[in-house]
Design a protein around this ligand. Structure first.
Ligand SMILES: *Cc1c(COP(=O)(O)O)cnc(C)c1O
Length: 378
């Protein structure tokens, strides 16, 4: 089956007597055992639940993995992966990561004794130079949040393989519709399902998908132990979102290209970060490993005053945290997603008071461009 078909039919095996087409919300905490010797397929919803399993089968197929576990949020998924590591293990991570992942690594994993080096993983030599005896994994986002740095997944995967490290890729921004890291050599894919997979800004979810079954079994063990599993109702909503993932992504991608082109011609905008612009430094590598660019655009405006004016003047774009839904959103990373990062570090990387991030939705692109045009007029 092709990707678009998998989004609807990856798991057509709904076992009930009515011939239910959509997987029902199986709202039960526990399940009656068949007999003393036979617990049946399900026993307790923290371990597994039919609605969640159905969704996990779908996401597993989309990422072409062996095991998928659905969590109650992207952060719950990242936390589960972080539990694979212990005192004195060393991880090489991208220096431009989702703020919550950084907060988890700095304030929890590091305190538990896991060592981190945060570097620009788009520079392969830097990655090679950081490998030590106790290095266990490389953790990347590509394109990264919010600076859209692109890491060559195939090259980093080769380094990981040669050095016996796990390559972990947060694939939230491009989704498996555009990029499938496991096929490029990664070991673990993470998602915030809250974003494009769910796609409607109405529920939180996270996923971990592994290439190997054995590693997947460890994630299953961690998930049943920490218990941050996705509820049946949220599983239903995310599954429903996934049915339209390809057509949403197509529209979002088309809109984003046009908006990025418009923004790059605006004099009041100093820099546009979008991997779909041929002038972008990550364009070629991104193109070599994915079939689209996605809907995330960051911009640097000429002044803080203008950035604040835009946030206060947009009418269709909503000033709200998050991304990946059908509605276009605009965020102020300095105040929201990356507020916990020390100021000097933010400034060094360009996440300053003039920096905004856009998540392009599925509205009519001319309405979106007109909205930005009027918001840029002072
Ligand atoms: C939002 C996000 C997360 C965290 O996901 P939640 O569902 O909000 O917990 C992780 N990684 C990336 C790239 C994200 O955008």
């Amino acid at each position: 089956m092709e990707f678009e078909t998998l989004c609807l039919h990856a798991d057509n095996n709904i076992k009930d007597e009515w011939g239910t087409l959509s997987m029902p919300i199986c709202q039960s905490a526990t399940f009656v055992h068949k007999s003393v010797d036979d617990n049946g397929e399900y026993s307790y919803s923290r371990l597994s639940n039919p609605t969640r399993s159905h969704l996990e089968n779908t996401v597993k197929a989309l990422e072409n993995g062996s095991v998928c576990v659905a969590f109650s949020s992207g952060m719950a998924a990242i936390t589960a992966v972080s539990k694979l590591f212990k005192n004195n293990d060393h991880i090489i991570a991208s220096d431009d990561l989702y703020g919550g992942a950084l907060r988890l690594f700095r304030n929890f994993s590091e305190i538990e004794g896991v060592e981190f080096d945060y570097i620009d993983t788009s520079n392969i030599d830097l990655v090679l130079g950081k490998i030590k005896k106790n290095t266990k994994a490389i953790y990347i986002e590509t394109p990264s949040n919010p600076l859209m740095q692109v890491t060559d997944i195939r090259k980093v995967a080769r380094i990981a393989r040669e050095n016996n490290l796990l390559l972990i890729v947060d694939n939230t921004f491009l989704t498996p519709y555009y990029q499938r890291p496991l096929e490029l050599g990664a070991d673990i894919v993470i998602h915030s399902g809250t974003k494009y997979l769910g796609g409607h800004n109405d529920s939180l979810a996270g996923f971990v998908v592994t290439k190997e079954k054995e590693l997947g079994d460890r994630i299953i063990y961690i998930s049943k132990t920490i218990g941050a599993n996705l509820s049946p109702f949220d599983s239903f909503l995310i599954e429903r979102g996934i049915k339209t993932l390809p057509i949403r992504m197509d529209r979002i991608n088309d809109n984003a290209i046009k908006i990025a082109q418009f923004l790059s011609k605006e004099k009041k905008i100093k820099k546009v970060y979008y991997v779909g612009l041929e002038s972008d430094k990550g364009y070629e590598i991104n193109k070599s490993q994915s079939s689209g660019f996605g809907g995330m655009i960051s911009i640097e405006l000429e002044s803080e005053e203008l950035a604040k004016h835009v946030l206060g003047s947009v009418k269709i774009f909503q000033y709200a945290e998050s991304l990946g839904g059908v509605d276009s959103l605009i965020t102020y990373p300095m105040k929201q997603t990356h507020a916990d990062l020390p100021k000097e570090e933010r400034d060094k990387r360009g996440i300053n008071e003039r920096f905004l991030r856009l998540s392009i939705g599925i509205e009519n692109v001319n309405d979106l461009i007109d909205d930005l045009k009027q918001a840029l007029e002072v």
